[in-house]
Ligand binder design. Structure first.
Ligand SMILES: Cc1cc2nc3c(=O)[nH]c(=O)nc-3n(C[C@H](O)[C@H](O)[C@H](O)COP(=O)(O)OP(=O)(O)OC[C@H]3O[C@@H](n4cnc5c(N)ncnc54)[C@H](O)[C@@H]3O)c2cc1C
Length: 397
């Protein structure tokens, strides 16, 4: 029977990072999770939220914990690229835009305060300066922007996972490309059973299975999470638009009307060789709870209504586009009531969870992986941000 000190379940953004960090704690680590499906539309198994080429990365954030998790992750991107030989980070800068704040608790005031506290190098711009510096973009009047030119931009989540896994393997981590069906306690270890019937034993198990965390018998009790169905739109661009938008930063825009909130990725070259501009942020997405509902959603292309709404929004923020084609896609985000990740042990402490990206963990996944690794490897909480922020909550059964 194969046995490890630590088994990470879920080879996504957070799990792959946790496996790499656990390699610093032990020579006996395995990460178990399926590879990306070759054809999503016909795939019968599990999906992940990292099957894409663009995730915004930035330190700017209204929440100090998320900002720190991002800052610490960003500072390690280049090392991970070097260790793995796989590039995933594009340092094109980030632009965060919202109404000029009137109160200390307003969105942009919070972003500004956190940026000051963490010494984030960025420029604060008012209406005229935004228009001058970013003439190809349009925001409502009375906006304020914070522009972080360095240590920000976008990452390829797909390549980031590959890089984390490759770096972990170089440090001795075993990769088992399977779906886990159940986790059961035995007196000597936790027994992890995969979909092919393989049983692997672990002294400790860290569950990092994203939106699928409650859908199989992985945890002693279900987590209190909301898994949101998300739609994104990809505008395929011609060479003129690609060249016109060169140097465009990643954008988060929160105008006064919440229906206008969105995030936009600059033109990114996808594996098909074409360039796409991506937008997300539809206000009325629904939640998914069963395995079947999640699988159905991932097999589809998102909501037609959301895609229409997003496409119109993209044309408003980036006027004058002449897209060659418009595509939509589906994904899920996993929300927790606190808005923070869950990094916590359950029951007798042999099982831990690292779940709840809240739509923001792509950029911060490396430090989140470190939080999870330290949490499961040490009986006491040793991370410098207090444990209560990351405490898991469980659904009423
Ligand atoms: C449309 C969209 C846009 C986003 N944009 C951004 C952004 O701009 N910036 C940002 O920072 N974040 C962004 N995010 C959020 C980010 O992608 C997620 O927070 C992140 O993917 C969460 O990582 P995770 O490891 O928890 O989950 P995932 O990345 O989904 O990984 C979970 C893994 O667990 C595996 N798994 C599940 N069940 C099992 C099982 N039973 N056995 C084995 N393996 C299993 C899955 O196969 C998957 O690989 C976005 C998310 C979406 C959906």
């Amino acid at each position: 029977m194969t046995s490890y000190d630590y088994i990470v379940i879920g080879k996504g953004l957070m799990g792959a990072a946790a496996a790499r960090h656990l390699a610093a704690e032990s020579q006996s680590v395995a990460v178990i999770g399926p590879d990306e499906p070759a054809d999503r539309a016909s795939h019968q198994g599990i999906f992940g939220s990292h099957y894409d080429e663009g995730r915004i990365t930035r330190i700017l954030d209204p929440d100090p914990i998320w900002a720190q998790l991002a800052q610490r992750s960003l500072n390690r991107y280049r090392d991970i690229e070097t260790q793995s030989g796989i590039a995933f980070y594009h340092e094109v800068g980030h632009l965060m835009v919202g109404p000029e704040p009137e109160a200390e608790t307003d969105f942009m005031a919070c972003v500004q305060r956190v940026a000051n506290d963490l010494n984030v190098a960025c420029d604060t711009l008012a209406d005229a300066a935004i228009a001058e510096q970013f003439p190809h973009l349009a925001f409502e009047s009375g906006s304020m922007a914070m522009y972080q030119p360095d240590t920000a931009g976008h990452v390829s989540p797909r390549s980031q996972v590959r890089a984390q896994v490759a770096a972990a393997q170089k440090q001795g981590v075993t990769v088992i490309p399977e779906i886990v069906q159940r986790v059961d306690p035995t007196t000597s270890a936790m027994a992890v059973t995969t979909a092919t019937g393989q049983v692997v034993h672990g002294q400790h198990v860290l569950v990092a299975t994203g939106g699928f965390s409650n859908t199989q018998a992985l945890l002693p009790k279900p987590l209190e999470i909301d898994v949101y169905a998300r739609t994104i739109v990809l505008l395929e661009l011609g060479p003129d638009d690609v060249s016109r938008l060169q140097g465009m930063p990643s954008i988060i825009y929160k105008p006064r009307d919440p229906a206008g909130h969105c995030y936009i990725l600059p033109p990114i070259r996808y594996p098909d060789g074409k360039y796409y501009l991506k937008i997300g942020g539809y206000p009325q997405e629904h939640t998914l709870s069963s395995l079947e509902a999640l699988q159905d959603w991932f097999r589809g292309k998102g909501s037609v209504e959301a895609a229409r709404h997003l496409e119109a929004k993209l044309h408003r923020v980036v006027p004058g586009l002449h897209p060659v084609a418009v595509h939509s896609d589906s994904c899920v985000t996993t929300g927790t009531p606190s808005g923070q990740i869950y990094a916590d042990r359950i029951g007798d402490g042999r099982v831990g969870v690292l779940v709840g990206g809240n739509g923001s963990a792509g950029k911060s996944a490396d430090e989140i992986g470190r939080v999870g690794a330290l949490m499961i490897a040490h009986d006491e909480w040793v991370y410098d941000i207090e444990a209560h922020h990351f405490r898991a909550r469980f659904a009423a059964v």
